[in-house]
Design a protein around this ligand. Structure first.
Ligand code: COA
Ligand code: MG
Length: 284
């Protein structure tokens, strides 16, 4: 089951026992145990066994753990899937370079409906098919893969991610059209917190629910960006209250601090309050 709120999703290389061992000490909303790009070909088989054993030992109990398999047409993908059959508490399979609805169906056929599919959108064709992929049964989330996509588009890193904006927004549109979560790609800058924060803020402004991460040092900043702050919560409460008073007077809209408030604004305010309550409950 995918949680109502996924702000921070940390990649952890399946080949790195120290990093895997750190998971119980980390507060990310979810983890992606990686068998694909972070794992060298000669380490794939051992990483698969390590990830399988970690799940068997209860790593997924009480936390959201997804596994990124290798592509299903790669030499490792089918064995990755098989190793994950019947593993307890596996929230989702992350499908890299997702382009084909049949790959999503193959995961569902192998692992059953209780395991979600998170589609990585990281190829030009994947972006163009984001709508079709998001529509598939069992898809919980679309995950931007900005590094692979940049390579395929032949674009250089850009401080405002200008060359990727169309793809980023396409993924948010597709996710929203089908009620899925949208997760932004990773920021590769490990020593520049201001660059990370600006990119995370941009992701939230574009409509993403959260961000995928490569380093635990970025979890707190991600939560700060993707959680409603005290002023937003206060504002949402006031909007709901003002509209409630208007409704009690028999009016369908109201003006709050010089702005028109309609039911749709109240719905958004309620969603923000629910998210804040979920986060507070989680912290508690
Ligand atoms: N998950 C869990 N723990 C991690 C981690 C991660 N993604 N990245 C670093 N850590 C741990 C390290 O193991 C280290 O723990 P230790 O002190 O017990 O040894 C601690 O955090 C500090 O790490 P640091 O020394 O700052 O970084 P590093 O040089 O060990 O690792 C990277 C840097 C980039 C190699 C590493 O963060 C990483 O592998 N990230 C994930 C990459 C990935 O999955 N890519 C594929 C998707 S894009
Ligand atoms: Mg990749």
């Amino acid at each position: 089951m995918v949680p109502a709120c996924l702000r921070s999703v940390l990649y952890v290389p399946g080949s790195n026992p120290r990093a895997l061992g750190k998971i119980p000490t980390l507060s990310a909303d979810a983890f992606i145990l990686d068998l694909e790009d972070a794992v060298a070909p000669e380490a794939k088989v051992a990483a698969r066994a390590r990830v399988r054993d970690a799940l068997e030992a209860g790593l997924g109990r009480g936390r959201t753990i997804a596994v990124r398999t290798n592509g299903l047409t790669s030499p490792w993908g089918p064995d990755d899937l098989e190793a994950l059959m019947g593993r307890p508490d596996l929230a989702a399979i992350v499908l890299p370079k997702c382009e084909q609805p049949r790959d999503i169906r193959q995961v569902r056929a192998a692992l059953g409906a209780q395991v979600g599919v998170w589609c990585m959108i990281e190829t030009p064709l994947g972006v163009l098919r984001a709508d079709t992929l998001a529509a598939e049964a069992g898809v919980d989330a679309l995950v931007m893969g900005t590094s692979d996509l940049s390579r395929d588009l032949r674009v250089a890193p850009h401080p405002e991610r200008l060359p990727l904006l169309h793809a980023l927004s396409t993924v948010v549109l597709a996710a929203r059209a089908h009620g899925r979560l949208a997760l932004d790609g990773v920021c590769l800058e490990l020593d520049a917190p201001e660059v990370f924060e600006a990119e995370a803020r941009q992701g939230r402004a574009l409509g993403f629910d959260g961000k995928t991460l490569i380093h635990p040092g970025t979890i707190a900043a991600t939560h700060a960006v993707f959680s409603p702050d005290a002023a937003e919560v206060d504002e949402a409460r006031r909007v709901v209250a003002a509209f409630g008073q208007a409704r009690a007077r028999g009016e369908g809209v109201c003006v709050y601090e010089g702005r028109l408030v309609e039911q749709l604004h109240v719905d958004a305010a309620r969603a923000l309050l629910a998210q804040a309550a979920f986060i507070a409950g989680r912290a508690g």
